[in-house]
Design a protein around this ligand. Structure first.
Ligand code: SAH
Ligand code: MG
Length: 194
């Protein structure tokens, strides 16, 4: 049952051009959560709730707080999360993440929102990450454009690609984190807080 409902979400996202995590990327993330006994998760970028549902389904004692600024997607996420009976374990906040102030500490923060703002998200929520905790970032390959910028002539896209490159440099040179890049999904990184 759960399986069929997840497939429905994947189909819906595809049809409506909603950039949910790719299959191998979400598989990697949920395995990481399982293997590292992650319990408290903060997600930036809910969309329709797909990745937060996948993460919450790893184990009954996982709690997810997730932030979405688009009201239509927020509404869909609430509905989907309710369909999976996960409303008591997934808390969706409707706001721009850069306006949200949280006091809790998390084991894992998943950054999957506006690519141009990744450094800002990282700096803002660093204080909410436990020592030894991890920041996971998605779309660092950006359809392969980060490896080969010449694949696009679109100015805005190029600008975005440059921002992603800057973020990767920022991660690699951050003395407080150990970052590993994974060439799966649309490019995923794991940054462990020292
Ligand atoms: N994590 C989801 C996909 C997220 S897509 C999944 O894999 O299922 C990225 C989402 O981030 C979009 O819905 C977009 O509206 C939202 N977003 C972008 N910038 C944001 C911001 N500054 N604050 C909150 N949400 C943001
Ligand atoms: Mg993504």
């Amino acid at each position: 049952m759960v399986h069929i409902r997840l497939e429905k979400l994947e189909e819906f996202a595809k049809k409506n051009n909603i950039p949910i995590m790719q299959k191998d990327g979400i598989e990697f993330l949920t395995n990481y959560i399982k293997e590292n006994n992650i319990k408290n998760i903060l997600e930036i970028g809910t969309a329709i709730g797909y990745s937060s549902i996948k993460m919450a389904l790893v184990s009954d004692d996982i709690k997810v707080t997730t932030i979405e600024r688009d009201v239509d997607r927020y509404d869909l996420a609430l509905k989907n999360i309710n369909d999976f009976n996960l409303s008591d374990r997934i808390n969706v906040i409707l706001d721009d993440a850069l306006n949200v102030n949280l006091d809790s500490e998390y084991d894992l923060i998943f950054i999957d929102a506006a690519k141009s703002q990744y450094i800002k998200f990282f700096d803002k929520f660093d204080k909410n990450l436990k020592k030894g905790g991890v920041i996971v970032s998605d779309n660092l390959s950006f359809h392969g454009l980060v490896e080969d910028e010449t694949k696009t002539n679109n100015r805005n896209t190029r600008q975005l690609v440059r921002k992603i490159k800057k973020y990767i440099e920022f991660l690699k040179s951050n003395p407080n984190y150990d970052t590993t890049m994974y060439n799966l999904g649309d490019g995923v990184s794991i940054s462990i807080k020292k």
